[in-house]
Design a protein around this ligand. Structure first.
Ligand code: ADP
Ligand code: MG
Length: 716
């Protein structure tokens, strides 16, 4: 046992066999460090001791009792129950235990003991069944504040506690401190090993919560500062120098001519914010630090054009770039856009989806390996495959919040590939407005370009609320738009009546009593077919679990105008871009959170035409109605996010789910945001200043970051 370290697998610890190790892996506990940092989610406080007579039936109680008669096994009972009487000065109580015959030898009349359990009345007399029991002189205070861990089958809190104790005894001293001395003093923090001891084996709840605060502090430093240190890669200056070729050279003239042609090929003039974002990107790629930039722009603000131009820029430098989209539908659309814009530029664009045929895949992979293709668009299938790039310089993640943690982890694969890919530039596109402090913690020192300006000629989307599903106004609006040659979306909260409603994690505070019948995609399709609407205006359904090809075909037909009404689930939430679809009806709109509603609505109003969004809901819940009203009053994602925060505190508009970050163990990204920026600022200041403490802290952060997040983070 001498060479156990924090990074050792848990199975090196005494008592953890292969089966237990498997169970622990389900809790994401793989290393000794993981085990130590797996915190209790709550505590049972057994410290307040009461008396038999003052305790009400049905409540849990802690009692100090004297055993009144020698415990005996009831031989007639199948479970070999053991029972005996015990009492304190206030009264007597019967204690009963099943399957614990050993108690007979452990206790006898006259012993003082501590018990904790649920007190009930049986035939008028108080009793406890299977309480916790220990000799009074053996219970230490630290046993009375009992940690409760999130469990998985096969492991008990007691076992976990024991293992954690072993781990702390063996490796506690290896837990390095990442908090500067000054803060340690100011906050009365203790050495890290002691902090972990206090959360796992606290004497009081106050101790536990102070220790947890310290651990949160450290966790936020690891995330905020560690990420920044981690993201520093090797030099990519050589890549960037070609972005702005020396003026006068032939190469420069050729590149700028091609660049100009591409920009002209967009078919519209860039907005000021789009242009600014592109210049930001270009500047980043000129430095010797890999770019780490977030392009934040509301739905419809034109992020795709920025992404494609960034890729074109990279291609003109003779390098490759990858754009990852969360769905194949979106990837296909980006691909079509890129092909259109880059047509005749000599830049080779390829599309790679999970379902791409093996033979075609092989061909594409060859093109990537020998550098023939320089713009690569695909879904995360791209990440899993054994792909080699000739010269990858830029990775763009579109609608980044839609990538799950798992998928982001896979981005790490690229880091292990040859070609110095860990020095790749990173660009993340998102419609989610993220407050600066949160962004700093999530992305380290990721820089942000904000696109607030909407493309010219856009009209406001008129949004209204229909309190009934049979509202004639909704139907009239729909028909009149269709008659004028426009197309329509109808969004439903479930696919068919057998399926559970599609859960929208971005919604909180939904009331149970709200259970009204939810219109499904299939029902809606039938309704349109039966009422003859489909005969005049062809309709089709779209949902996530449809076969990939069917989805792509449906979208294609919708884009070409063959299908006039698209009845869909929230799969259209991201990306689908059809400027001729200018009315959206959202059925059971109360089923969706604000961010989803806003994203959905962003599918209309993408052209010059006037557009409409109708929110249909029969819910009368106050929260739901407030959301509907907010949607009707504002169409600015930043403003909606702000209002959302106001009405219910930091909610799920910025849900961590959406950011796909690894689970934090002690810190809460919302409530601890002030700690986060304070802590990170202090550490950054120290590191910038330099000196011996800075060196130690930097080293400690790097070491702990690797243990905490090392295997879990992608290049983002
Ligand atoms: P998002 O930011 O939601 O990804 P898109 O990139 O899909 O938005 O752009 C929305 C629509 O606006 C597309 O149809 C796109 O062609 C168009 N668009 C983008 N930029 C401009 C612009 N500067 N002028 C006019 N239309 C634009
Ligand atoms: Mg987009």
């Amino acid at each position: 046992m001498t060479n156990v370290s924090l990074s050792s697998p848990v199975s090196v610890l005494y008592g953890i066999g292969p089966a237990a190790a498997d169970h622990l892996a389900k809790l994401e506990i793989n290393t000794v460090y993981d085990l130590i940092t797996f915190l209790p989610w709550r505590y049972n406080d057994w410290t307040s001791v009461t008396h038999v007579s003052t305790c009400e039936g049905g409540n849990e109680a802690s009692l100090f009792l004297t055993i009144l008669n020698n415990p005996s096994v009831n031989l007639r009972s199948r479970t070999k129950s053991v029972s005996f009487m015990a009492g304190d000065e206030s009264g007597r109580i019967k204690l009963m235990f099943f399957n614990s015959p050993y108690l007979v030898n452990k206790f006898q009349a006259g012993d003082r003991c501590f018990v904790h359990g649920e007190l009930t009345y049986f035939a008028g007399a108080p009793q406890m069944v299977n309480p916790f029991i220990e000799k009074a002189d053996k219970v230490s205070t630290s046993e009375l504040v009992r940690p409760v861990y999130h469990m998985t089958a096969g492991i008990t809190s007691r076992q976990l506690s024991r293992w954690i104790k072993t781990a702390l005894d063996l490796c506690g001293e290896e837990l390095k401190c990442c908090i500067p001395e000054e803060i340690m003093k100011k906050e009365n923090f203790v050495p890290m090993a002691e902090a972990y001891r206090r959360v796992h084996f606290p004497e009081t709840l106050e101790d536990a919560s102070a220790a947890r605060r310290q651990i949160a502090y450290e966790e936020l430093i690891l995330l905020g500062v560690g990420m920044k240190l981690y993201n520093r890669g090797t030099s990519v200056k050589e890549v960037a120098e070609k972005v702005v070729p020396e003026s006068g050279s032939e190469l420069a003239a050729d590149v700028s001519k091609r660049w100009k042609k591409i920009v002209e090929g967009l078919g519209f003039a860039l907005t000021g914010d789009q242009r600014k974002a592109i210049i930001d990107i270009q500047k980043d790629m000129m430095t010797d630090i890999p770019m780490n930039r977030l392009v934040q722009g509301d739905v419809g603000s034109g992020k795709t054009a920025v992404a494609i131009l960034a890729m074109a820029m990279t291609a003109l430098m003779g390098k490759q770039s990858v754009m990852l989209a969360p769905t194949s539908v979106l990837a296909k659309q980006h691909y079509n856009n890129a092909c259109r814009i880059l047509e005749g530029s000599g830049i080779n664009v390829v599309l790679l989806l999970g379902k791409t045929k093996a033979s075609v895949k092989k061909e594409i992979k060859e093109k990537l390996r020998d550098g023939e293709a320089s713009v690569i668009i695909g879904t995360h299938a791209l990440l899993t495959d054994d792909i080699e790039f000739a010269d990858l310089a830029l990775v763009i993640a579109d609608e980044q919040h839609r990538f799950g943690v798992k998928q982001r982890e896979k981005l790490l694969i690229k880091k292990e590939l040859p070609n110095g890919i860990n020095s790749v530039h990173n660009l993340v596109m998102t419609a989610t407005p993220i407050p600066r402090t949160l962004a700093m913690v999530l992305y380290g020192d990721m820089k942000t370009s904000v696109i607030r300006e909407k493309p010219a000629g856009r009209q406001a989307i008129t949004t209204w609320f229909a309190a009934s599903k049979d509202s004639p106004d909704t139907k009239a609006a729909l028909i009149s738009m269709l008659e004028s040659g426009q197309q329509a979306y109808i969004v439903c909260a479930r696919i068919d009546e057998n399926e559970d409603e599609i859960s929208d994690d971005s919604i909180i505070g939904r009331e149970e009593s709200d259970e009204k019948s939810i219109t499904s995609v299939i029902e809606m399709k039938q309704k349109l077919d039966e009422s003859g609407i489909s005969a005049r205006f062809p309709s089709a359904v779209l949902y996530g679990s449809m076969p990939e090809q069917a989805k792509l075909d449906t979208i294609e037909k919708f884009l070409s105008g063959e299908i006039k009404i698209l009845i869909s689930t929230t799969v259209i939430e991201v990306g689908v871009d059809n400027p001729r679809a200018n009315i959206m009806v959202i059925m059971d709109a109360d089923r969706f959170g604000l961010s989803t509603l806003h994203q959905l609505r962003g599918r209309v109003g993408r052209g010059k035409e006037k557009s409409y969004c109708i929110l249909v809901s029969e819910s009368r819940s106050e929260l739901a109605l407030t959301r509907m009203r907010m949607m009707c009053e504002s169409q600015d994602g930043f403003e909606l996010a702000q209002k959302d925060l106001e009405i219910r505190g930091p909610g799920d508009f910025f849900g961590t789910r959406q950011h796909g970050i690894p689970t934090l163990r002690a810190a809460n990204l919302y409530t601890d945001l002030t700690i986060a920026s304070e802590a990170c600022d202090a550490v950054n200041a120290l590191l910038d200043k330099g000196g011996s403490e800075a060196d130690v802290i930097r080293k400690n952060i790097e070491e702990m970051f690797e243990l905490r997040f090392g295997s879990k983070l992608g290049v983002l």
